[in-house]
Design a protein around this ligand. Structure first.
Ligand code: SF4
Length: 291
C-alpha cells in the first residue's frame, strides 16, 4: 500500500484497512484544521488505487473493513468511486463495511440518485464533520456550509440509507459563545438524527488561523471545566432517537460513551459530578491530549 503524508481516520476505524483514494481535502480552509495543510487536493488515478487493492488482497488475509481516506474522499467523482467500491468487494470476499470521510459540500454536490448508487455499491458509513450548528461560528471557522446546508447534507445521507456518524468540536465558541454553540449544535443534530455522534475537543494547532487569533487575543480557548459545562448543555438539548454517543477521542478531557437517549441522565450526572468537584486530576492532562 502506498500512502502520501499523514493519514487520519476515525477512532472506530482503527482496525480497518486504510485506502487513500484522494489526497488532502478539497476544502482545506477550516480555521482550526491542521490535517491537510501540507497537501494539495487531488484524486488518485483509478489504476493506482486498484494496484493498491490487489497488493493488499495478496498480502493481507481476511480484510473485513476498509476506510477510504483522505479528508473528504466522498468528493471523488461518482463513477470512479463506484469502481473503487466494486473492486474492493471483488478483492475481499469477507468485506463487511466500507467507510469514508465527507464534508457537507460533498453530500450536497452528489444527486440523490448518485448517493443511492453509492450506497447500493456498498458504502456503509459516512463520517461527516459538522463541528458546530451555530451559523455565526460556521462562518467564523470557514466551514464552507451553512447550518441549513449541513442539515440537508445529513438528511440526504440518511435518505440514501447510509449510516451517518457526525463529529462536532467542543470549545469552538470559546467561553463567550459556549451556550449558543451547545444549543445550536444540539438542535442541528436533532434535525438530522444521526446513528453515531462523536465529540472532539478543540486543540489549537500551530500554523492554523485559529492559533493566530489566540495569539492576538481575539479568541480565548475555554478551560477544561467550561468544556464539561458545554457538553452538559449540548446533551441537555439533544433529542436523538437512537444514537451511539462517543467522547473518547484523544482530544477529550473526560472520556464518555453511551447510547442516546437511554444514557443521557447517566452521562449528565457524570459530567456534573466531575465539574462540580473541580478536580482536574480526573481529566486527561494536556500533555496526553492529541488529534
Ligand atoms: S473539511 Fe474537514 S479536513 Fe477539510 S479543512 Fe475542514 S475540517 Fe479539515
Amino acid at each position: 500500500m502506498r500512502y502520501e503524508g499523514a493519514i487520519y481516520r476515525p477512532p472506530s476505524e482503527a482496525k480497518s484497512l486504510i485506502l487513500q483514494i484522494t489526497i488532502g481535502c478539497s476544502h482545506n480552509r477550516c480555521t482550526f484544521c491542521v490535517a491537510f495543510m501540507d497537501k494539495k487536493y487531488r484524486e488518485r488515478e483509478l489504476g493506482e488505487i486498484e494496484a493498491d487493492i490487489n497488493e493488499a488482497a495478496r498480502s493481507l488475509g481476511g480484510v473485513r473493513r476498509v476506510f477510504l481516506a483522505d479528508g473528504n474522499a466522498l468528493a471523488m467523482q461518482t463513477e470512479k468511486l463506484l469502481a473503487v467500491l466494486k473492486k474492493l468487494y471483488s478483492a475481499f470476499a469477507n468485506m463487511e463495511r466500507i467507510g469514508i470521510y465527507a464534508s457537507p459540500q460533498d453530500l450536497l454536490e452528489k444527486s440523490e440518485d448518485e448517493l443511492e448508487k453509492i450506497k447500493k455499491a456498498g458504502l456503509g458509513i459516512v463520517y461527516l464533520g459538522v463541528e458546530t450548528g451555530n451559523e455565526e461560528l460556521l462562518n467564523w471557522i470557514r466551514k464552507g456550509a451553512t447550518r441549513d446546508e449541513i442539515i440537508e447534507a445529513g438528511l440526504r445521507a440518511r435518505k440514501a440509507g447510509l449510516v451517518l456518524s457526525i463529529t462536532v468540536i467542543n470549545g469552538l465558541g470559546g467561553a463567550a459563545k459556549m451556550e449558543a454553540h451547545a444549543r445550536d449544535t444540539a438542535t442541528l443534530l436533532n434535525k438530522i438524527d444521526p446513528e453515531y455522534l462523536g465529540l472532539l475537543t478543540l486543540m489549537v494547532c500551530d500554523g492554523t488561523p485559529i492559533a493566530r487569533q489566540v495569539e492576538k487575543g481575539e479568541f480565548a480557548v475555554p478551560g477544561q471545566l467550561e468544556i464539561l459545562k458545554e457538553i452538559e448543555m449540548m446533551l441537555q438539548h439533544l433529542e436523538l432517537s437512537n444514537c451511539v454517543f462517543r467522547a473518547n477521542h484523544a482530544s477529550n478531557y473526560l472520556p464518555l460513551r453511551g447510547t442516546l437517549p437511554g444514557d443521557k441522565e447517566k452521562l449528565l450526572n457524570i459530567l456534573e459530578k466531575v465539574r462540580l468537584s473541580g478536580d482536574l486530576r480526573q481529566l486527561r492532562p494536556e500533555y496526553l491530549r492529541g488529534l
